[in-house]
Design a protein around this ligand. Structure first.
Ligand SMILES: C[S@@+](CC[C@H](N)C(=O)[O-])C[C@H]1O[C@@H](n2cnc3c(N)ncnc32)[C@H](O)[C@@H]1O
Length: 473
């Protein structure tokens, strides 16, 4: 298999799942790429292009099924359960509220069921309770979790009394008793995505997110920690794996050593320090991670920079906050990572935003010549033409983008704006009408790349306003 193909696959998987792969994972990636391309009935290069262009939640899950590590067991790191039992549950019991617990990256369910056992054991009869929520992306692990039958080895941390109380022998293993199984709710979720429902503000009292961040790209880890910080109520606790910490991402937390281990406590908003020019809290945490990427890219020599693959998730993070100069820096020198279409496309988008339209146009032309990321390249070329006051050419480029990808929401929105500017209100209306539902579910990575610093909400608002103006309420 050719190296650029594999490199593009690695970065597409990182962008979609947050996962980081060292050089020792080449064979694993290659096998996964072959398997998914075969399943899709495409050549590997075409499959990668499609994944970059419009991956889907079901494809993300299939990739996680091939690439994620799911090792776990009941009551792993027992001190964490003791902290929960001795420090978190009594506080909630005193206030009469049901503990809201989340097992994030629950794998085959042992962690979530351990939490359910703890609730059963430690909450008095009649105390308010809610099911433990448990999320993961690995379809096989989630199937095993819902089935709830475990080999003896998984139960190595469960003492004989609890084993007899909550499990019944089944075949060569042990099945959970049905009343316990009903206390956990499993869901498929991609923790590398923005997820306002899962991470609703102050909706959780404890998050177990153990042994996931260690597999994540720094920017994906920072973004996830930011979402966790938003969702934890002040005083809520975050539990990470033994080999993990919040180094550089922990502004919203204080470290709590206890029971020979430690966890993190969510600070009240008023106690979160904010850095200069930053929003503090999780915003600051993400900025920290972007800063690390920047420092790393500066510390590399030019030749090294040219060879190194840029961290595209971190670059998009900077773009989403309109920090385009830093985003360009994080991309490395002009040669840096340009072997990969996605990196070149990101460079083109950043250059266009900085008004360096001639360089952006050259990058787009190179992509189109190489037949890589064609929808994105046409769209950015359209932005460049508009910048140069060439609306007709911009319109043609957007139409070309939509021939590659008919659901390309930013191109539809832009095309609508151009049509309105050229006086073609019927065409403008049609574009805005098609763009609106697509924008509402557009991929966050693409919004960061193409949204010109707008959030999804911002783009939706622009589109709605444009629809109203062109005559549709
Ligand atoms: C090593 S297991 C951790 C299990 C458990 N939390 C523990 O510490 O014992 C890591 C889990 O993270 C999940 N994972 C990896 N990437 C993910 C993603 N982007 N979204 C959701 N889950 C993911 C994997 O499927 C796997 O089940």
């Amino acid at each position: 298999m050719v190296q650029p193909e594999l490199a593009a696959f690695r970065s597409a998987v990182s962008a979609r799942l947050g996962l980081r792969f060292g050089d020792d994972k080449g064979a694993l990636l290659e096998e996964a790429l072959r398997a998914r391309a075969r399943a899709a009935g495409r050549r590997p290069a075409d499959y990668v292009e499609a994944l970059q262009r419009n991956g889907s939640p079901s494809e993300d899950a299939a990739l996680a099924g091939l690439l994620a590590v799911t090792e776990t067991c009941f009551f792993r790191e027992p001190a964490h359960f003791a902290i929960l039992a001795d420090e978190v549950l009594p506080r909630l019991r005193a206030s009469g509220t049901a503990p809201r617990l989340l097992s994030a990256a629950c794998a085959s369910g042992e962690e979530a069921y351990s939490l359910a056992i703890l609730l059963k054991e430690r909450l008095p009869e009649g105390a308010p309770r809610l099911p433990v929520r448990a999320v993961d992306l690995h379809p096989g692990a989630l199937r095993a979790a819902r089935r709830g039958v475990y080999p003896e080895w998984s139960l190595r941390g469960v003492d004989a009394g609890l084993r007899a109380k909550y499990f019944v022998p089944e075949g060569k293993g042990f099945a959970l008793r049905a009343d316990l199984a009903a206390l956990v709710r499993f869901e498929s979720r991609n923790l590398a995505r923005e997820d306002p429902e899962l991470w609703a503000p102050r909706s959780l009292d404890a998050v177990f997110c153990r042994n996931l961040l260690m597999y994540f790209e720094p920017a994906a880890a920072a973004a996830l920690v930011a979402q966790i910080a938003r969702a934890l109520a002040p005083g809520g606790r975050l539990f990470l794996g033994q080999a993990e910490n919040l180094h550089g991402m922990g502004r919203a937390f204080r470290t709590v050593p206890s029971h020979g281990a430690f966890c993190y406590e969510r600070l009240p908003d008023s106690a979160i320090p904010s850095g200069p020019g930053e929003g503090g809290g999780w915003v600051g945490a993400i900025a920290d991670s972007a800063g690390r990427v920047r420092a790393l890219s500066r510390s590399r020599r030019p030749a090294e920079r040219a060879r190194a693959a840029p961290d595209l998730a971190a670059v998009r993070d900077l773009m989403a906050r309109e920090r385009y100069t830093e985003a360009l820096e994080a991309l490395g020198g002009p040669g840096g990572g340009e072997r990969r279409g996605e990196a070149l496309l990101t460079r083109a988008a950043v250059l266009a935003q900085l008004g360096r339209v001639d360089e952006a146009r050259i990058a787009c032309a190179r992509l189109l010549k190489r037949r890589e990321c064609r929808a994105g390249a046409h769209y950015i070329a359209a932005l460049c033409h508009e910048h140069a006051d060439q609306p007709e050419l911009a319109r043609e480029q957007n139409q070309a983008a939509l021939r590659q990808d008919p659901d390309f929401a930013p191109a539809l929105l832009h095309l609508g704006m151009l049509a309105r500017r050229l006086g073609d209100l019927a065409a403008a209306r049609e574009c805005f009408t098609r763009a609106l539902p697509l924008l509402e579910r557009e991929d966050p990575g693409r919004i960061a790349l193409y949204g010109g610093g707008f959030t999804r909400e911002g783009l939706v608002k622009v589109c709605r306003g444009a629809l109203d103006e062109t005559g549709v309420a």
